[in-house]
Design a binder for this molecule. Structure first.
Ligand code: MRU
Length: 338
């Protein structure tokens, strides 16, 4: 039995295993991650993904590196800097590495304890925000979601999907529309898989269908996660979220963002300050998957491939955090930053 375990991580004193999320849903394949380099490679190809999970796994990698290289504090700092630069948008990575760096002087055992505490904390935060999110849902509602925000992406029940999972556990009947989430299909591959796991009825749609689904009056609420929430309430999430928020606003569909306080970055004044990761052109020109590689665009087709986009606070109905549900007025007072 591993010391700590979630849907996508197994952690022992000196080892970390992750469920390779690029292989789902075709295969549940676990891989060992035994160096910062292996972690970086897994995160870059999105085998380990989701804002909270990226941060938590980095904390264990750094703590285990420190245990293997005792007394080399300067070296730990360099490793921490390298981990930090791997994916720039989700602030949870910075939160977890800041927490570990604050314990550097106390040595490897303290770092391991801190990483474990972050893991347990995330599990609790998930539960709290999921309960609050579930309180907003009513029997029979049809909820649209984007990307993957469930147990795969966190140490606990998840963020937006966590709310759906708790509502389901309370006995509520929901219908979920799952945006497939181009280009890497976290919705089509991972959220669809989690919906079946949670016994929640769902329908998979292409991202381009969301607006017409709303126009047809078939969506009661939109719930998404976040990678970074700014002081003014703007937030970054998987590319395509902004388009959903615009469509929801036009069709007067309530739009909620569900996240832990570790996703709030009070130092980021507005969405314009959020660094947005740009990814490889190959992800747009074609796809790599369980069935091999396929390329549909001309070989060198010029590509723009931001991994995330920014949704302005003006399009958000409510920010559901573990600390409370905030409306625009509360956000303007900075209550989410406390
Ligand atoms: O590129 P990914 O798959 O890591 O992007 C994930 C998202 O955008 C999620 O919505 C976000 O991290 C919140 S997960 C609880």
């Amino acid at each position: 039995m591993p010391m700590l375990e979630s849907r996508s991580l197994r952690i022992d004193v000196d080892s970390l295993e992750y469920l390779d999320q690029t292989r789902l849903p075709q295969a549940e394949q676990w891989e060992r991650c035994d160096s910062p380099e292996a972690w970086q490679a897994a995160v870059k190809r999105l085998a380990i993904r989701g804002a909270p999970l990226i941060g938590l796994s980095a904390a264990f990698v750094l703590a285990q590196y420190a245990a293997r290289h005792p007394g080399q504090q300067e070296q730990w700092q360099l490793v921490s800097d390298r981990l930090r630069a791997t994916r720039p948008t989700a602030v949870n990575l910075m939160y977890c590495l800041d927490a570990l760096e604050a314990c550097f002087a106390k040595g490897p055992a303290a770092l391991a304890r801190r990483a474990a505490a972050l893991f347990e904390e995330d599990r609790e935060l998930c539960q709290r925000m999921a309960e609050r999110g579930a309180d907003l849902l009513t029997e029979g509602e049809r909820v649209l979601t984007h990307c993957n925000t469930g147990a795969l992406a966190t140490a606990g029940v998840g963020t937006a999907i966590g709310a759906l999972a708790v509502a389901r556990k309370r006995g509520m009947t929901l219908h979920v529309y799952v945006n497939e989430t181009r280009p890497l299909l976290q919705g089509g591959r991972l959220t669809a898989w989690e919906m079946a796991d949670l016994d929640i009825p769902y329908q998979l749609i292409a991202d381009s269908m969301a607006a017409s689904l709303m126009a047809a009056g078939k969506v009661d609420k939109v719930m998404v996660g976040a990678d970074r929430i700014c002081a003014n309430g703007d937030f970054a999430n998987k590319v395509g979220t902004y388009m959903l928020a615009v469509a929801a606003h036009y069709h007067q569909v309530p739009f909620y963002v569900v996240a832990p306080y570790t996703t709030v970055d009070p130092a980021c004044a507005t969405g314009a300050d959020i660094p947005i990761e740009q990814r490889d052109a190959a992800e747009i020109r074609g796809a790599t998957g369980a069935f091999g590689d396929i390329v549909w665009a001309p070989e060198n087709a010029p590509v723009w491939n931001p991994s995330f986009d920014v949704t302005p606070a003006a399009l958000v109905t409510g920010w559901v955090l573990d600390t409370g549900v905030f409306d625009a007025a509360a956000i303007a007072r900075g209550e989410h930053c406390r």
